[in-house]
Design a protein around this ligand. Structure first.
Ligand SMILES: Nc1nc2c(ncn2[C@@H]2O[C@H](COP(=O)(O)OP(=O)(O)OP(=O)(O)O)[C@@H](O)[C@H]2O)c(=O)[nH]1
Ligand SMILES: [Zn+2]
Length: 360
């Protein structure tokens, strides 16, 4: 059986127990969140959980509600098969990002992450400015960043030295681990960083080799999907495990928010990389020009005149489609979050339900 300390509950959190956890409460860690459905991890394993209705009322914003990695105080019910979360511990560190269009509203991505590996592939993905944005995010949340330059097998030794120099040139002074899942180079250095009871995450664009790295440590089913029963309503939802405990006692967090971060980033990259096309499209006759058949389309004119290659335009269209898809799914979720009121309504109902059970 693992102890709560093995899950990362160290002195820092213990000191705060008095304020958060009364005698009737136990401590557990949030392992997955899917809207109102929580999965918590304790010494025994994973248990579905629900927030006490009071928590919805007391939270000033959604970012104060528990997220993956948070330590929470809970009470167990139904022979310990189900838990109610009553409080959240202060966060030692966190990863969050500003919600689009807001200066003050944040989306929590994960809490209590000790080290974030910021992964870029040496090949197409390499971009020191983007690395720096991740560095800022880590610093904002008190998370230690380590840079991984992945897929070193795709470039020469000299090119790798240039890339490392470029990272340092960009003002990044943290540790850099060049590695390749293909040749095994650098994997030892990566493994040496990992300590039992500490929590890690991998941040970076899609396709840079994050999953391959984790699978190398954990075996294929580390993040396997698991059914979590939705409490009370008699429905079921399926949540991918977001906090995993490896056999070696090392903890990894991988949340949908982290994936979206990598995707969004790609959108930004596209805007920068294809700024010539964006510039052109500003001079199209119609502001919503699709650049396929419209008269007065500056993009079509540029292609006809040989100023823009069709190939370049097609790769722009392809990448934009991908990134729009991911940004849309993000907006979708954001809108759901905006319905914070519906959270509260639901909480009210579940409070009433529990209240009426007690009266019986
Ligand atoms: N050449 C090379 N290819 C690699 C390396 N590591 C992973 N790949 C390949 O790169 C592709 C993407 O790897 P993943 O591990 O799925 O990348 P990811 O970052 O998890 O991507 P998402 O799951 O989309 O976030 C796969 O086809 C891997 O086989 C490497 O070190 N060198
Ligand atoms: Zn056009």
């Amino acid at each position: 059986m693992v102890k709560i300390e093995n899950l990362g509950f160290d002195c820092w959190f213990k000191e705060k127990s008095g304020d958060i956890c009364g005698a009737d409460y136990s401590v557990a860690r949030v392992a997955a969140v899917d809207r109102h459905y929580f999965t918590i991890r304790n010494e025994q394993g994973e248990i579905p959980a629900e927030l006490a209705g009071r928590m919805y009322f007391q939270a000033g914003s959604p970012s104060e509600l528990p997220c993956v990695g948070d330590w929470v105080s809970v009470q167990y019910h139904s022979d310990d098969t189900y838990a109610i979360i009553h409080g959240v511990f202060p966060r030692k560190s966190f990863l969050r990002r500003k919600r689009a269009g807001s200066e003050v509203d944040y989306q929590m991505i994960a809490a209590n992450v000790d080290v974030a590996f910021i992964v870029q592939s040496c090949h197409f993905d390499f971009n020191p400015a983007r690395l720096n944005r991740y560095m800022v995010m880590a610093a904002d949340g008190n998370v230690e960043p380590i840079v991984i330059l992945a897929k070193t097998d795709l470039i020469s030794h000299e090119e790798l030295q240039e890339k490392i120099a470029a990272v340092k040139q960009a003002g990044i002074t943290v540790r850099i681990i060049p590695l390749s899942n293909e040749t095994g180079m650098g994997l030892d250095a990566f493994h040496e960083v990992l300590l039992p009871g500490r929590t890690y995450c991998l941040l970076g664009s899609s396709g840079v080799g994050k999953t391959t790295l984790i699978n190398g440590l954990a075996g294929r089913d580390a993040y396997a999907t698991r059914a979590v029963s939705a409490t009370g309503e008699g429905t079921h939802t399926t949540t991918r495990r977001q906090l995993i405990v490896l056999d070696t006692g090392i903890l990894f967090i991988d949340t949908p928010g982290m994936r979206e971060l990598g995707m969004m980033d790609r959108g930004e990259g596209i805007r920068r990389e294809f700024d010539d096309i964006l510039e052109l499209s500003r001079t199209c006759r119609f502001s919503d020009c699709s650049h396929t058949q419209e008269s007065g389309c500056a993009v079509i004119a540029a292609m006809a005149g040989g100023d823009l290659s069709e190939e370049r335009f097609h790769s722009y269209v392809k990448l934009r489609k991908e990134s729009e898809f991911h940004e849309m799914s993000y907006l979708d979720k954001r809108n759901k979050d905006k319905l914070f009121g519906s959270f509260i309504k639901k909480a009210g109902k579940s409070m009433k339900r529990r209240g009426s059970k007690r009266e019986r």
